[in-house]
Design a protein around this ligand. Sequence first.
Ligand code: UD1
Length: 344
Amino acid sequence: MSKILVTGGTGYIGSHTVVELINEGFEVVIVDNLSNSNIEVLNGIEKITGIRPDFENIDCVDYVALDRMFEKYRDIEAIIHFAASKAVGESVDKPLLYYRNNLVSLINLLQLMPIHKIKNIVFSSSCTVYGQPDILPVTEEAPIKVALSPYGNTKQIGEEIIRDTINANPFYSSIILRYFNPIGAHPTAEIGELPNGVPNNLLPFVTQTAIGLRKQLQVFGNDYNTPDGSCIRDYIHVVDLAKAHVIAVRRLLDNESGKQIETFNLGTGRGLSVLEIIRSFEKVTHVKVPYKIVGRRVGDIEKVWADPAFANNILGWTASETVEETLRSAWQWEKNLAKRTKSE
Ligand code: UD1
């Protein structure tokens, strides 16, 4: 079976993707610098799959270390490149850190691929490239808007770097995946989202508030032009998202499309407001989430959800989990984490 390099493979989406790859019989090498993840994630992956993937503690910004890694694992056939910094607010304070981490790592991989005869790369992009779309649901054809943060800009520039590289050299093939809002955890609750410090994202804040780690959730704004006034997003189960990566990798390996580059939205096609998420979470878990409406968060988009038809039709992939099941999995994971912390 083919060997796949997963950069950022101990991270949130990365670890779930590693599990799905192993389940489908792929061999996996993880490269991660553990800057925003924990080595124990490997135990979770092993518990679920019975296999411990190869792991290299490498920062993808380090060209020489990456080159050595490719020398060691000579039979890598495709790369899924997750490794990146992703905190929107932090990127505003530390733009150069974000440009360096997210762009130099991508450039290194693209430079090393032909040297090591690797043609295929799947790139983690984001719906952030659409900004506030004029038409909803948003399709892949929607115009790219001026980025609202250095983080968002690194995703736009990353896509352009791949496009320009392929234009100059048809050796490469790439699939760009634009994620909407991944939430939830593996149904075994052995792996999930592990935010460092105070969570920036909605779901970890909801589960941490529900379990009592945080006093109160702040809902950023109820005066948006939406039915209940809070922002709307397309929340997708992280396992559904992970499965799309397996399909994308297979498509590249089999050269199914005959195209050098393709871009897909990965979302459910369903928009939910912050208040709807809170209500659904409470209904599913029977746990109250204390919250307070506060002012808008700078840089937030009012509403965005995907038109996933292209991914549905071309990849034969659909986000099939219900939001209830997804929220339940996030809660199971939070409870499992609490148990582990207690027993330590
Ligand atoms: C953002 C980016 C996304 C990026 C992700 C990485 C946009 C449109 N999206 O997602 O590309 O991959 O960050 O972290 O730029 N909320 C609260 N209270 C909280 C936290 C969040 O009300 O404590 C609200 C937000 O205002 C927003 C929704 O919950 O309406 C989702 O927020 P979040 O989980 O941070 O994701 P995005 O901002 O959509």
